[in-house]
Design a binder for this molecule. Structure first.
Ligand SMILES: [Zn+2]
Length: 255
């Protein structure tokens, strides 16, 4: 059913279909006040990607229109197909939809598909917020996985739970077969934390995190003729600390 509707500040001819979807077809002003009806002149009127160019020589009913599609092809739908909102392209919209379905094997609704997309974005899309820590740091996705979701899916399968996401086993390597696993956030954090060395000693002397003086100062204190209280005041240590240094009770390793 075709009717008039005020859309924005323009009267538009609107096709209302049985499923209640609506197609705003044209600015009525552009039609010079003529409502399109089957059998009327549709020349220049746009229907989705199609623009009607001319009425084809009548060979009985229904009337067909030569239309140019935005993709460059032509189509010959009937006037009622156009006005009924049943045809919006030469067929290329349907072909595109089919191609998209094939490409994703109908898996675009799966979480693993979005994980695959996000992985590529982190590595190759500078507008992505995490790009700096990934692509910006030289992290890559191997060609096979980058080009094909199927290849990625064949290698990784689905994450075992919703809490698992993709983790690189070695941070020095990219997203590639053999270097990826499904891991929880907790497992990933453990993977990133630096591991303490096997033998580990608290640094001594000036390397100690609480050290306030250097080995050079220790040598100076021991060589000086100043009284403990004078040197303590000058350096900002206690008299006892100076005495300990001089008697070799502390900083024993400094000679
Ligand atoms: Zn087309």
């Amino acid at each position: 059913m075709t009717c008039l509707a005020l859309i924005g500040d323009k009267f538009m001819s609107v096709v209302v279909r049985e499923n209640h979807s609506m197609y705003a077809m044209m600015d009525v002003a552009a039609l010079e006040g003529i409502m399109p009806r089957t059998g009327q002149d549709l020349t220049g009127v746009r229907f989705g990607r199609l623009v009607a160019l001319e009425k084809l020589a009548e060979k009985g009913h229904p009337t067909r229109w030569l239309c140019r599609c935005d993709c460059g092809e032509t189509a010959n739908p009937t006037g009622s197909q156009l006005l009924g909102g049943r045809v919006h392209s030469c067929g290329c919209i349907k072909a595109e939809n089919n191609r998209t379905r094939l490409e994703t094997h109908g898996m675009s609704h799966l979480r693993v598909y979005h994980i695959w997309q996000a992985m590529k974005n982190r590595c190759y899309n500078p507008n992505q917020p995490h790009y700096a820590r990934y692509g910006g740091h030289g992290v890559t996705v191997c060609d096979e996985w980058r080009k094909s979701f199927e290849a990625f899916y064949a290698a990784m399968g689905n994450p075992p739970t919703d809490k698992h996401s993709i983790d690189r086993i070695s941070n020095g390597r990219g997203y590639e077969p053999g270097n990826c696993r499904w891991a929880t956030a907790k497992e990933q954090a453990a993977n990133q934390r630096p591991k303490p060395p096997v033998t580990w000693e608290m640094p001594r002397g000036e390397g100690h995190f609480k050290a306030t003086i250097t080995e050079e100062m220790v040598r100076e204190i021991r060589a000086s003729a100043e009284r403990n209280c004078d040197i303590a005041r000058r350096i900002g240590l206690s008299k006892q600390s100076i005495a300990d240094i001089r008697k070799g009770r502390t900083w024993r390793h400094v000679t």
